[in-house]
Design a protein around this ligand. Structure first.
Ligand code: ZN
Length: 127
């Protein structure tokens, strides 16, 4: 296992942690959203006579719907884009010159063509 393989392995583990954290947060938002909606529905059923009698403004009567949706939206987004988020936060490592950052992935000589400093070639070592 060479350094680049190790870096890829580390990035993969880090991405799995990010995905798990994003999905955990999505679950928290999901439960909060659902409990807001269920609680709001009961609240609404109790007060429907007031609403019908014109004793409660309709803007107030449906507030729980918006509050529930505000929780469910991040839940859906976090669940859908957890892998994309992980990919963005933990990009794939690439072999590069330590001094100038030039990509050393396709080099045949252990010298950076950009700045001339020595670079270790990442070759499969068969371990
Ligand atoms: Zn260089």
């Amino acid at each position: 296992m060479n350094d680049l393989d190790r870096a890829h392995h580390f990035a993969r583990s880090l991405r799995m942690i990010v995905v798990a954290a994003a999905r955990g947060a999505a679950l928290v938002y999901l439960f909060r959203g659902l409990s807001t909606l269920v609680g709001g529905a009961f609240w609404y059923m109790e007060r429907r006579p007031l609403l019908k009698a014109g004793m409660m403004p309709s803007s107030e009567a449906y507030e729980w719907l918006y509050e529930g949706a505000e929780q469910l939206l991040p839940a859906v987004l976090l669940a859908l884009f957890s892998s994309a988020l992980a990919q963005w936060l933990v990009p794939a490592p690439r072999a590069a010159c330590l001094r100038c950052g030039y990509s050393t992935e396709k080099l045949t000589k252990p010298v950076c063509p950009e700045c001339g400093s020595p670079v270790p070639l990442d070759r499969p070592e068969g371990d």
